[in-house]
Design a protein around this ligand. Structure first.
Ligand code: LLP
Length: 402
């Protein structure tokens, strides 16, 4: 999205503001489809990345289905118009009542532990299809906090427990229709996907009734120019070939599923904020914004790099290095040592790659409002979340006067 459009949006809707470019989401959907055009592939958007119901609605229009991790996400997906059979609940250590709730809406259930398999078997036997999340013991992901497939991870049923899994399947005659794995987020090396897939292929041979293999999400996107990303074309060629070999050996054509979050929405998003203060400290110049870790926690939580541009000074040469910080009463770094044009108070900065895990991880910390959200698609702009007000902060609070 160009800087003038962003600046106009900031003018219309105020800051801080999340902006999403629907056309970019569509482009990413098409890129993934093109890479796997040779196999029956379905995209199950990992909606934890961005659950705005209008983003979900756009995904649905684009023919994407959805992966949810809580009953609440399921309700948002239903609200956005997804049919229950387009929704998978990938549960991770949840109470069994959440599985029951999602099942009561007709959603496909994915369980990640033997105890849940046992409870599912006792209650439903073979009457409902079931997915199993497997821990393949493959290390993947940009940092340990977002790695999920390794041998010390809490996620999935360890593949070495194959005998226990099969015992439960036989005891309850479970109808296992799919196997699932997700090794982590920010995986740039396509080989990681292939290694995890090989684990799934060999385990899959022990199940007679599979329809789907879900290889999770985690594709790495570029956070700065020149960043290494997952080579989708190369992964598409290699994994599709291996998948076809597997289907032949298995004796049935399965569907290949992915559940990307970042890949679909990260680059579509911008967090727009205003420079409240330019602070010339002896050890460097700080730009203090009207946003912070309450709206975008990724820099503080993962040391994540987010590109920052001064859209009020677009086209002017970078003159100076700045540290960009938030307005929270807490250390709140957004970006360090960034070369920007000479920046003044009142300028609008755009923080890039804010479409995934931005708003969904935002909070009301410091009793501040969460931002409004705008979606731009095919030349139209839509307000898809109003800015919060004091009523939102007071909602559910109970005042006792003593
Ligand atoms: N499937 C499962 C089961 C997952 O747990 C996740 C993400 C995904 C798919 C999508 O992963 P993605 O394609 O977005 O990398 N808040 C962190 C990322 C946490 C990811 C958690 N699981 C961040 O901002 O980097």
């Amino acid at each position: 999205m160009n800087n003038t459009t962003l600046l106009n949006l900031a003018g219309t809707w105020g800051t801080p503001l999340y902006v999403y470019e629907g056309d970019k989401i569509e482009e990413k959907v098409n890129e993934l489809r093109a890479a796997f055009a040779g196999v029956p592939m379905k995209i199950k958007y990992a909606c934890k990345a961005n659950t705005n119901i209008s983003v979900l609605s756009l995904m649905r229009t684009l023919g994407v289905e959805v992966d949810v991790v809580s009953p609440q996400e399921m309700h948002l997906a239903l609200k956005a118009g997804f049919a229950p059979e387009q929704i998978t609940f990938t549960s991770s250590g949840v109470g069994f009542e959440e599985i029951e709730e999602c099942l009561s809406h007709g959603v496909l259930i994915n369980v990640d532990n033997l105890s849940a398999m046992e409870k599912f078997g006792q209650k439903y036997g073979s009457s409902r299809p079931l997915f199993l999340r497997i821990r393949p013991n493959v290390e993947g992901g940009g940092n340990l906090k977002i790695s999920t497939g390794h041998g010390n991870s809490k996620f999935g049923i360890p593949v070495e427990q194959k005998e226990e899994i099969l015992k439960l399947v036989n005891r309850y005659n479970l109808n296992i229709v799919g196997l699932h794995q997700h090794t982590g987020s920010d995986i740039k090396d396509g080989e990681t996907f292939i290694r995890a897939a090989e684990v799934m292929f060999s385990l899959a041979m022990s199940f007679g009734n599979l329809r789907y293999l879900d290889f999770g999400g985690g594709f790495k996107v570029a956070y700065r120019e020149g960043d290494a990303v997952t080579d989708m074309k190369d992964l598409g060629d290699k994994l599709s070939a291996r998948f076809q070999d597997f289907c032949k050996a298995y004796g049935r054509e399965l569907e290949l599923w992915f559940e990307p979050g970042k890949f679909l929405v990260s680059e579509s998003g911008f967090l727009l904020a205003q420079v409240n203060v330019v602070k010339n400290n002896p050890n460097g110049t700080l730009l203090g914004l009207n946003t912070g870790l309450n709206h975008l926690i990724r820099p503080m939580m993962y040391d994540a790099y987010h590109d920052v541009i001064n859209i009020s000074k677009a086209g002017l040469p970078a003159r100076k290095k700045y540290n960009v910080v938030g307005y929270m009463c807490e250390t709140d770094d957004i970006a360090k040592d960034r070369e920007l044009p000479e920046t003044e108070e009142g300028d609008i900065l755009a923080i890039r790659n804010a479409g995934a895990y931005g708003f969904t991880m935002a909070s009301q910390y410091n009793s501040r409002f969460r931002p409004a959200e705008v979606l731009v698609y095919r030349g139209e702009e839509y307000l898809i979340r109003r800015r919060e007000t004091l009523d939102d902060i007071l909602k559910n609070q109970v005042l006792i006067t003593f």
